[in-house]
Design a protein. Structure first.
Length: 324
């Protein structure tokens, strides 16, 4: 019943990949196994995204209700909340109070952006190295300890409850950051364009700007003429001044991805290191940087390496015109 309603409302995962929630729940429900797990991914490791912290602080009972709803629907008697270690001290008490005696374990995520990737998250809970698994098989078939596992983001569980209780308004939580006038979380229709979100929140800049949407590191770059489309990914919008120092911006991204690469595959391990190195040079070698970005996006094993290339490609093609 709830699966049909999730499908009817068209609820998509709010962690970034936007997979249809009803289909995911159905896949785990239909999987034949003695045991099934539910995991709430509360790792929120992408800089510039803070909506899950906001939801867990304000609506912990709703999120727990959503996890419990999923457990009952798919036939699971065991769930985890994979919680960002910085959020742990802020939320532990609140969440434990909301969990009461339900079989939901609060799991403190280790440091590292890659741990939030769903197959790495499974490895971490199983005590294995912090590295992604090859997919397929997907967690819905072979997840935690090889049992079918439903992994959804905090906001997805929150919205699933709204659907179940007939309160779903097709809204989402947006994080606004960077050079905005009013930083923070805005709850607005999911089909609002980036332009509408900025205008509605009083954040339309009075200077030349560009935005990074969907995540503060791997998010896509859009110029002001491209804002008549929804903010995808994890729903964040970060504003940059168009004349900000290009090297400073690109070095910040490059350093992040080099530090967060798990090192499992060569294109990302070497690529992020070489990218960082190339951006430290006095003379900017655009051809070399574009070659590295091509390898990263085409040959990396997981979304971290592929996503690392996204902001650079957009920035170089749309903003960066000449050598600094
Ligand atoms: S793309 Fe990067 S983070 Fe992903 S498996 Fe390869 S080295 Fe690890």
């Amino acid at each position: 019943m709830i699966i049909e309603r999730l499908k009817k409302e068209g609820l998509k995962g709010r962690g970034g990949a936007a997979f249809p929630t009803g289909l995911k729940w159905e896949a785990v429900k239909n999987a034949k196994a003695d045991k099934k797990y539910v995991i709430c991914n509360a790792s929120e490791g992408e800089p510039g995204v803070l909506k899950d912290l906001f939801i867990l602080r304000k609506y912990p009972e709703e999120v727990i209700k959503g996890i419990n709803l999923a457990m009952r629907e798919i036939g699971s008697d065991s769930a985890y909340i994979f919680l960002n270690p910085k959020y742990f001290p802020k939320l532990e008490k609140k969440l434990k109070k909301a969990i009461k005696d339900l079989p939901i374990v609060l799991f403190k995520k280790p440091h590292g952006y890659i741990c939030g990737e769903e197959s790495t998250l499974l490895n971490v809970i199983e005590g294995k190295p912090k590295m992604p698994r090859l997919k397929p098989p997907f967690p819905t078939e072979k997840g935690l300890w090889d049992y079918p596992t439903l992994i959804n983001n905090v906001e997805t569980f929150y919205q699933a409850v709204q659907v179940a209780e007939g309160k779903y308004k097709a809204e989402r939580f947006y994080t606004l950051g960077g050079k905005v006038k009013k930083k923070g979380i805005a709850v607005l229709p999911e089909n609002f364009t980036v332009r509408q979100i900025l205008e509605h929140t009083g954040n339309w800049p009075n200077f030349d700007f560009f935005v990074q949407v969907g995540g503060g590191m791997s998010g896509e770059i859009l110029v002001s003429e491209e804002l008549d489309r929804p903010a995808g990914g994890a729903g964040s919008i970060i504003i940059y001044k168009k004349n900000a120092n290009p090297m400073k911006i690109m070095r910040k991204w490059a350093r992040f991805f080099m530090n967060e690469s798990c090192g499992q595959c060569v294109p990302c391990r070497e690529g992020t290191f070489r990218l960082n190195e190339a951006l430290k040079r006095k003379d900017f070698d655009r051809e070399l940087v574009e070659d590295i970005l091509f390898v990263l996006s085409e040959a990396s094993l997981c979304p971290l390496g592929k996503g690392a290339a996204v902001p650079f490609i957009g920035y170089l093609n749309k903003i960066y015109a000449k050598k600094p």
